[in-house]
Design a protein around this ligand. Structure first.
Ligand code: SF4
Length: 345
């Protein structure tokens, strides 16, 4: 006799926070060296400016912004700036904090440019979140990529940020010199153990006019393939979702100035969508593998928010999903955040 089973599990991605994030790019400002892969002003579409000019731009940006927003200082090493400049930038935000428009301030920085004095200053000036460009927790990767700090320093910086009461953001860069999928998976586990509030993932791309370009041409560095990157990002994404951690960026944004600068590497305009689709595939596979015998899926209810992800970029997930018994005619999208499947087993 056929039995109908119901498989019911939540889609684990934490909900998106609706507040608008306005970026203030301070290209290379405060950076102690130029990292081997970094071509910041093309990546962000923002030319390096004198700090005075950046401050004026920030002031205009703030006064032109309507409604509630959050603000992020990106593109450089905020805590590598002289303290007086850190104060000037953050003081410029104070009136908008006071009138309630500015609801959240974050800075992006390196893990080796934080000490207790700086953290106390940032606290007193209203910073809520510190995003650390960790890139990897693996010692060989940090060494080959000339990042200039050890895994222990990166771990200490994460702990210090949290101890001082800031929200922690972690940026990882899979595929750097000396990195591998095994090390990447360990990076994901380590990052999860540090319980950041958000994570950004930027697979390593070879950009023009960087040391990495030279290494690439001398065959000292080979980037990850797009296929491998999508598979590893999808794996990591699912792990972060299941740990309740939001991944707010997958890959570099398609800045017009950046595209002609890409020499090699796994850049694709739909990388985020591809990685999400892979994560969804892994999630469905994992739950269906608990059935333990042959089954036929009669109906699958899938959260509406996955309608753009489930079938994959250019329908690339269709074949793998059909192998699991999930085909377009049996899928119904709904507004709930659970996935429910009715199966004959
Ligand atoms: S990767 Fe970060 S720290 Fe390195 S040069 Fe670029 S902005 Fe500066």
């Amino acid at each position: 006799m056929t039995k109908i089973h119901t498989l019911d599990f939540p889609f684990p991605e934490p909900p998106v926070q609706p507040i608008r994030l306005i970026p203030c790019f301070l290209s290379f400002a405060g950076c102690p060296t130029r990292c081997i892969y970094c071509n910041q002003h093309f990546q962000t579409g923002s030319a390096p400016n004198k700090l005075e000019h950046s401050l004026q731009n920030l002031q205009s940006l703030l006064s032109d912004t309507q409604g509630n927003f959050s603000l992020g200082f990106f593109g450089g090493t905020f805590t590598g700036l002289p303290l007086s400049w850190q104060k000037r930038f953050l003081n410029a935000t104070a009136p908008y904090r006071k009138n309630g428009q500015l609801q959240h301030v974050r800075i992006s920085t390196r893990p080796d440019t934080l000490d207790d004095n700086i953290l106390e200053l940032l606290q007193s000036l209203g910073v809520d979140m510190i995003e650390l460009g960790i890139q990897s927790f693996d010692s060989q990767t940090l060494l080959h990529s000339k990042r200039g700090y050890t895994p222990q320093r990166a771990l200490d910086a994460c702990a210090r940020v949290k101890d001082k009461g800031f929200s922690l953001g972690i940026q990882l860069l899979p595929g750097l010199p000396g990195h591998s999928p095994i090390k990447w998976r360990q990076d994901v586990r380590t990052a999860i153990s540090l319980a950041p509030e958000i994570v950004r993932l930027y697979p390593c791309i070879v950009m023009a006019n960087t040391e990495l370009e030279h290494m690439f041409h001398c065959q000292e560095y080979r980037p990850w393939t797009l296929e491998n990157t999508v598979a590893e990002m999808g794996w990591g994404l699912l792990k972060f979702w299941e740990a309740g951690i939001r991944v707010i960026r997958l890959g570099l944004a398609a800045e017009k100035t950046m595209l002609p600068q890409i020499i090699a590497g796994p850049w694709h305009p739909a990388l985020g969508n591809m990685a999400r689709s892979h994560a969804v595939l892994l999630l469905l596979k994992k739950h269906l593998s608990t059935i333990g015998r042959s089954y036929r899926i009669i109906q699958a209810r899938i959260p509406q928010r996955l309608s753009g992800d489930i079938w994959g970029h250019k329908k690339s997930n269709i074949f793998n999903l059909s192998q699991l018994g999930i085909t377009p005619p049996i899928v119904k999208f709904w507004s709930k955040s659970h996935i429910i499947m009715e199966l004959e087993a």
